[in-house]
Design a binder for this molecule. Structure first.
Ligand code: TMP
Length: 208
């Protein structure tokens, strides 16, 4: 492990429709088959508060104020870390989180204009100083993600209806955040899930 905190903490990030949830599931299956103890969790939705928050956000007719929206994600993050993530890391369980703090930076910060320093400081408190061992960023062009939603045919969430300009800003946010990090694996979301899984496993081998 590269830092002093206990356990291995992996986050997956990217715009809606990038394929990270499928990769997260495939990764967990592969790691369990290799006899690792793994916890798959997500934001929002990993904590009880997160389940309620996901429902609340999906049902919003009008977008919430950006600061309010961030503070709701931050409250969920504080719950998620204290009740789910930290206890698992302390038992040496590998924790894989489908989204985490970088989503707030990209969505509420870069795309919706909330102050980046403010988000960074609140995130650090919410996460009790824990940082990801590795972040897997699946990069995809917003129009490719939009075509996936259209093909899926399901009702769009309040986030998905924001459209291509919004997701272009989110993607730019992720690119900006990850430029200065040395713990990020950038994957091409146009690749098949088999290729994405193989590349993620390869990167994890250097951590284990
Ligand atoms: P998902 O199912 O793609 O993970 O959807 C969750 C939505 O919540 C997605 O549109 C991104 C958004 N989100 C934020 O805007 N900020 C955050 O901090 C997090 C965790 C999620």
């Amino acid at each position: 492990m590269k830092n002093k905190q206990k356990g291995i903490f992996i986050t997956l990030e990217g715009i809606d429709g990038c394929g990270k949830s499928t990769l997260a599931n495939n990764l967990v299956t592969a790691l369990k088959a290799d006899n690792h103890s793994v916890l798959l969790t997500k934001e929002p939705g990993g904590s009880k508060l997160g389940v309620t928050l996901r429902q609340l956000l999906n049902e919003q007719q009008e977008p919430l104020d950006a600061v309010s929206e961030f503070l709701l994600f931050a409250a969920d993050r504080a719950e998620h870390f204290r009740k789910i993530i930290i206890p698992a890391l302390e038992q040496n369980i590998i924790v894989i989180s489908d989204r985490c703090a970088d989503s707030s930076l990209a969505y509420q910060g870069y795309a919706r204009g909330v102050d980046i320093n403010f988000i960074t400081e609140v995130n650090a408190v919410a996460m009790a100083g824990i940082t990801p061992t590795l972040t897997i960023f699946i990069d995809i062009e917003p129009h490719v993600a939009a075509a996936r939603f259209a093909k899926r045919g399901a009702t769009l969430t309040s986030f998905e209806v924001r459209g291509i300009p919004f997701f272009t800003a989110v993607r730019h946010g992720f690119e900006t955040i990850f430029k200065s990090r040395n713990n990020v694996l950038r994957l091409d979301g146009n690749e098949t899930q088999e290729v994405l899984l193989a590349q993620a496993i390869e990167a994890l081998k250097s951590i284990f």
